[in-house]
Design a protein around this ligand. Structure first.
Ligand code: DI6
Ligand code: FE
Length: 411
């Protein structure tokens, strides 16, 4: 399968296997029988058993998938991909015994990335984020969420969001932007948290929304960040502007954020290591996705597991994401996160794969267009030349040589 970079993927893709649960074939494919998919003008037109391929498609270009497994394009539904600098020194501090909260209280943490982000130009932010995005894309990521939250002032939040939009445009990948102005208290507002939230709600968010830079709104609701009341003020503003919300909830403690988020029909609650039965019930009733972030859990050497068994029993959809950020999850492999979701959180392999496709799409409000192989959807898919699908979450530190079709282009 050699092809110049970014050729059209139009044609019939033969001799492939459809990932169970992640494809909607026109008719069932018998166990072990080869399947086929048809792409026309960048859109998936048909998929099903190869022997049932309608004759109308026979004249199209033919591609041999050589028995590869086909999954929908992967979706990384929670990232802080655009920022200045890096924080390797904090990694060393934590290894020497400092906690994440101690590092943050001592002026490191998020605020140190804020300094570096404010000092960086838009072009510099683009240049530093690009190889990170490319690493994720090389592994089959076809849609990604990118949060602001390292600017914490109008012009700098704008810079981050504009870079996120530009990455989507220039790299041919679906980017959903999330405004996370309420990530940390900017130093110039020390002791004036309420003033910052007022400013955020009255000036920052409406301005960035007017500029078309915001797809969703997020808050870090935590004892080292923003209170439940402040979170609600931001959510109410988002709701007035017609923007969906998400929440960083229960990473270090349970502040009741999940119940609040559910009241605002949040797309997702993310982290949720600390989550009560009432929080789970509220999420279930609101259709809110639980986004699991094993990279942060691992990096912080957390030991408090998210309540996976209870989430599963309640039928709350569980997504898995990198949470890529310079402080708590410098992770650039979504497949490694799937592996860690299995090993650390005891997800099953099918759950982990649904977590980086179908449920990740829902966490971004993209469930009608992404995360499932189905006729009528944009051709975003990955062909994996592995024997067993479970290999996707099995290998550690080895990227399978996949074929990626993104927005109808074979890259
Ligand atoms: N939770 C996280 O894991 C990241 N942000 C957040 O709200 C950490 C961000 C950082 O330390 O820079
Ligand atoms: Fe995060």
């Amino acid at each position: 399968m050699t092809q110049p970079p970014s050729a059209s993927a139009d044609g019939v893709w033969r001799h492939l296997r459809l990932a169970p649960g992640l494809a909607q074939p026109t008719q069932p494919v018998a166990d072990g029988a080869p399947a086929a998919m048809v792409v026309q003008q960048g859109v998936l037109r048909w998929l099903g058993p190869q022997q049932a391929l309608p004759a109308a498609f026979a004249a199209l270009p033919q591609h041999d998938a050589c028995g590869a497994w086909a999954t929908p394009g992967l979706i990384d539904c929670h990232t802080h991909l655009v920022y200045g600098g890096q924080r390797a020194h904090e990694f060393a501090l934590r290894l020497a015994g400092a906690s994440y909260e101690e590092v943050a209280r001592a002026g490191g943490g998020i605020v140190s990335s804020v300094r570096a982000t404010r000092a960086a130009s838009e072009d510099a932010l683009y240049a530093s984020a690009l190889p990170r995005l490319q690493a994720l894309m090389a592994e089959g990521v076809c849609a990604i969420e990118i949060k602001s939250g390292y600017g914490l002032a109008l012009e700098h939040e704008r810079k981050q969001l504009r870079v996120a939009r530009r990455l989507g445009r220039e790299q041919g990948i679906t980017v959903r932007t999330t405004f996370l102005g309420a990530h940390a208290l900017p130093p110039e507002y020390t002791g004036r948290s309420q003033d910052y939230i007022d400013h955020l709600c009255q000036q920052m968010l409406p301005a960035l929304h007017d500029e078309g830079l915001v797809d969703a709104v997020d808050v870090f609701c935590e004892r080292i960040a923003f209170s439940l009341a402040e979170t609600e003020q931001v959510f109410a503003t988002a709701q007035r502007l017609g923007l969906p919300v998400k929440l960083h909830a229960g990473q270090l403690s349970d502040m009741g954020g999940a119940q609040l988020a559910a009241r605002y029909q949040a797309l997702s609650c993310d982290h949720i290591e600390h989550l009560s039965p009432a929080g789970i019930a509220a999420m279930q009733a609101a259709g809110t996705v639980a986004v699991l972030l094993p990279g942060a859990y691992y990096t912080l050497r957390d030991t408090h597991l998210p309540p996976i068994e209870q989430l599963r029993a309640a039928g709350v959809p569980m997504a898995v994401s990198t949470d890529h950020n310079p402080g708590t999850s410098p992770a650039l492999s979504l497949l490694l996160m799937a592996n860690m979701a299995c090993t650390l959180f005891r997800l099953t392999v099918p759950e982990a794969l649904a977590g980086i496709t179908q449920h990740a799409a829902r966490a971004l409000g993209l469930q009608d267009t992404h995360g499932l192989l189905a006729a009528g959807r944009s051709a975003d898919f990955v062909l994996w030349p592995v024997e067993e699908l479970a290999e996707l979450s099995y290998w550690l530190g080895q990227r399978p040589a996949c074929t990626v079709v993104r927005q109808g282009r074979w890259v």
